[in-house]
Write a protein that binds this ligand. Structure first.
Ligand code: PLP
Length: 374
C-alpha cells in the first residue's frame, strides 16, 4: 500500500534510476550534466540582495511581485523583445518551473491538449499530464527545428496550448523568425494560446532570438534570471501575457506561493539594469564551437546547438542513451540520458554550462569511448 498520489507516476524515472545512482557514486565526476552556468551571481546583484536584507525589505510582496520590478520587466519586454505589456500584465514567479505549473493550472482543464515539441524541457509534458491535460508530442527530429506541417496536423478541437522554447533545452536549437511567424499564424487560426519560454534568450551563437509574443498577443512569455544572471538558487522569474491569464495566475499565486522572495526580487531589479556582456556570450560561443568541433571530428553529427548551452547528440553505434551514459560513468563522466527529455532512447545531453577545463576533460572521455568502440 502506498500513500502517494497517482500524479507522481508522471515523473517516473525508473528506467534510468540505476544509471543515475551509479553517477551519484562517482567521486569528483567530470560533470557535463547540469543546466547551470559556470559563473557566480555577479557582485552587484548579490549586493542588492544583501542591501534588501539589511534594509528589512524581507516581508511578503504583493502576490504578483513588486510594482517597480514589474515595471522594469515590462519596459525590458517592450524595448528588447517588442512584447506589448504593462506592469499589470506581468507577474513575478519563484522561477519558471513553478511558473509553468501556474500557467497550466490557470488555463488547462482535464482533457485539454497541449502541444509539446520533442525533445523538451521535462516539466512541459509532465506537469501538463499532472494537471490532467493530454500531451501531444510533435517531433523536431532530425534538425530540432519545429516541423510546421506536423504542428498543424496535430491540432484538434481540444488543443489549448503550444509550448515553444527557443533557444531550446535540450537541443540548443534557435527557431527562426519565419517559423515562429508560422506557429503564430497556426495558433491565431485555431485560437490557441502559446507559451514561449525564453530563458536562454541571450545565449545565441547562430541566428537571432525572436519573441513570438511580439507578433501574437495570445502568447504567455516566460523568462527569468536563473541562467543569464547566474541566479539559479535565487528563484525568480516572470511571466507576461493576456491580462485574464495573468489575473488568474495572480489569484493562484495567493494560494500557492503567497509571493516570490522579496530579497530575490530586489536582486532581480538590479540584474535587469545590466544586459549580459558580449564577453560572456562570446565565452559560451567558444565553448559551443569546441564541443561541436570535437564531436563532429569524431563523426558524431550535432544538430541544433545554435544557442543555450546544450548539445543533444545521438549515442554512437546505436547504443541506447542509458548504455552510453553508463559507459561514460565508468570513465568518470556524467551526462544526461536523452529519455529524460524525449520519447527517444538514443540521445544524450551534454551541458557546456561547465568551465572549459571540465569540457576538455569530458571531450577526452568521449574521444576515448569512441576509440574503444571503433
Ligand atoms: N526553462 C528552461 C527551458 C530550462 O532549461 C530551465 C532550467 O534548466 C528552466 C526553465 C528553469 O528556470 P527557473 O530556474 O526559472 O525555474
Amino acid at each position: 500500500m502506498s500513500f502517494i498520489s497517482q500524479r507522481l507516476s508522471y515523473f517516473d524515472s525508473s528506467d534510468f534510476r540505476d544509471a543515475v545512482r551509479k553517477q551519484s557514486e562517482l567521486v569528483n565526476p567530470i560533470d557535463l550534466s547540469i543546466g547551470i552556468p559556470e559563473e557566480l551571481t555577479p557582485e552587484h546583484i548579490k549586493a542588492a540582495g544583501i542591501r534588501a536584507i539589511n534594509e528589512d525589505k524581507t516581508k511578503y510582496t504583493p502576490a504578483n511581485g513588486l510594482q517597480e520590478l514589474r515595471q522594469a520587466v515590462a519596459a525590458k519586454l517592450q524595448d528588447e523583445n517588442g512584447v506589448h505589456c504593462t506592469a499589470d500584465s506581468v507577474t513575478i514567479v519563484p522561477g519558471l518551473t513553478t511558473g509553468q505549473l501556474l500557467v497550466y493550472l490557470a488555463v488547462l482543464d482535464p482533457g485539454d491538449e497541449v502541444i509539446v515539441f520533442d525533445p523538451f524541457y521535462p516539466p512541459y509534458p509532465h506537469l501538463a499530464s499532472m494537471v490532467g491535460a493530454e500531451v501531444v508530442y510533435v517531433s523536431t527530429l532530425p534538425t530540432f527545428q519545429p516541423d510546421i506541417p506536423s504542428i498543424e496536423a496535430s491540432i484538434t478541437d481540444k488543443t489549448k496550448l503550444i509550448v515553444v522554447n527557443t533557444p531550446n533545452n535540450p537541443s540548443g536549437a534557435v527557431y527562426t523568425e519565419s517559423d515562429l511567424r508560422k506557429i503564430a499564424a497556426i495558433a491565431e487560426k485555431h485560437e490557441i494560446l502559446v507559451i514561449s519560454d525564453e530563458i536562454y534568450e541571450h545565449f545565441v551563437y547562430d541566428g537571432k532570438h525572436f519573441s513570438i509574443g511580439s507578433i501574437y498577443p495570445n502568447t504567455i512569455t516566460m523568462n527569468g534570471f536563473s541562467k543569464e544572471h547566474a541566479m539559479t538558487g535565487w528563484r525568480v522569474g516572470y511571466i507576461a501575457g493576456p491580462q485574464e491569464v495573468i489575473d488568474a495566475i495572480n489569484e493562484l499565486q495567493q494560494y500557492v506561493v503567497m509571493s516570490s522572495s522579496s530579497i530575490a526580487q530586489h536582486a532581480a531589479m538590479e540584474a535587469l539594469k545590466h544586459k549580459p556582456s558580449p564577453e560572456l556570450v562570446e565565452k559560451y560561443h567558444q565553448k559551443r564551437n569546441l564541443i561541436v568541433g570535437r564531436l563532429e571530428a569524431l563523426g558524431y553529427p550535432v544538430h541544433g546547438a545554435q544557442g543555450a548551452f546544450y548539445a543533444f547528440i545521438k549515442a554512437p553505434h546505436d547504443m541506447t542513451d542509458v548504455e552510453f551514459v553508463e559507459r561514460a560513468t565508468e570513465h568518470g563522466l556524467v551526462v544526461v540520458p536523452g529519455r529524460a527529455f524525449s520519447r527517444l532512447h538514443g540521445y544524450v545531453r551534454l551541458s557546456y554550462g561547465a568551465d572549459m577545463q571540465t569540457i576538455e576533460k569530458g571531450l577526452a572521455v568521449i574521444e576515448k569511448i569512441a576509440r574503444e568502440l571503433a
